[in-house]
Design a protein around this ligand. Structure first.
Ligand code: ADP
Ligand code: MG
Length: 318
């Protein structure tokens, strides 16, 4: 727990979708041009400040360059544990920002200009690793947390829940997690697509329902941890940087009540992990002297992210 100096996060405002335009919805979030956005909806009227505002017209490249993402990639190469979260309610553009529209349509590859923070980070990482040293070994893993169970999205065959363990040397780690070495953008882009594919197999009723259909794919219990990078320069074996992308479940579920059966179990689990995450972050953001014990153990998500959130971790939330 070194010192934490939290800055306000950057925010991205997405344009209205075709459906929204067609049914006559109006924009309620407006950038005021000075790092603030004004929200004016029926009963709400407020202004919020951010480190950067990416308005509806902002390109994927502008978000990559202006959010601090490029610096985060460089810090990961320098050995820091770096994490990017996309946070927001379902439909706010989390997956689009991280992966671009390609997660929505597998048939057509996304235009290069639409690629998200992940693909841009991968190219930046590969470029940097080529220019800095030739023996930077890169590997990736891809996990999903569903109903507080961790599943490997890269391992072939039927999914099974992987145990999360703790050791003095490694901290929390996922046992038997598949980690794939890669040296090219094609390989990592394929891995990403493979993992992002909606799961066709039924894994209990909940998952078949949630992730098998397009509509429910968004933000259901998909607190996924897309590729975790392990760039490891051979010159300093103890220093292993990671770059972790987290497509959080829709934040609106934190307040959701009254759903029944399976959905309520799901909503409760999402609530639990988002609340645990929020709790850990607010405790970490307290001045050092006032900091108490950080309850990473409260959810699988916070356990998995313990190293990124505390210690030498650097986190960017969009
Ligand atoms: P979330 O992952 O937060 O649930 P999505 O990323 O799936 O939301 O975005 C919801 C819809 O809005 C998708 O159809 C997506 O393509 C579209 N969208 C999101 N952000 C943008 C953007 N910046 N520009 C254009 N379309 C966007
Ligand atoms: Mg999504």
């Amino acid at each position: 727990h070194t010192s934490v100096s939290p800055l306000p996060p950057p925010i991205r405002v997405r344009p209205l979708t075709c459906t929204e335009t067609r049914r006559g919805d109006r924009r309620v979030v407006h950038s005021l041009g000075d790092g603030t956005v004004h929200v004016s909806a029926a009963r709400h009227d407020a202004t919020f400040g951010f480190s950067a505002v990416f308005d509806a017209g902002a390109s994927q490249e502008a978000v990559f360059e202006g959010s601090g993402m490029r610096q985060l990639v460089e810090l990961a190469i320098d050995g820091f544990s770096c994490t990017v979260f996309a946070f927001g309610q379902t439909g706010s553009g989390k997956t689009y920002t991280l992966m671009g529209p390609l997660a929505q349509s597998e048939t057509r590859p996304a235009a290069p200009g639409l690629l998200g923070l992940m693909q841009r980070s991968f190219s930046c990482l590969l470029e940097q690793s080529r220019s800095r040293s030739s023996d930077l070994a890169l590997s990736a893993s891809y996990l999903e947390i569903y109903n507080e169970q961790i599943r490997d999205l890269l391992s072939p065959g039927p999914p099974c829940a992987l145990p999360l363990r703790w050791s003095k040397t490694c901290g929390f780690y996922v046992e038997n997690q598949l980690s794939v070495d890669f040296e090219s953008l094609e390989v990592i882009a394929d891995l990403l697509l493979q993992g992002a594919e909606p799961r066709a197999w039924g894994w209990g009723h909940g998952l078949g329902h949630c992730c098998g259909s397009r509509g429910r794919d968004e933000g259901v219990a998909r607190v996924s941890l897309p590729p975790t990078w392990v760039p490891q320069p051979s010159t300093c074996p103890g220093k292993q940087g990671t770059l972790c992308f987290v497509d959080l479940a829709g934040s609106e579920r934190v307040k959701e009540t009254g759903s029944s059966g399976e959905l309520s179990v799901e909503a409760n689990n999402i609530n639990r992990s988002l609340l645990a995450l929020g709790h850990c972050i607010s405790l970490l953001a307290k001045p050092r002297g006032k900091r108490m014990h950080i309850p990473y153990r409260d959810s699988k998500l916070t356990r998995l992210l313990a190293r990124s959130l505390g210690g030498s971790g650097i986190t960017l939330m969009v």
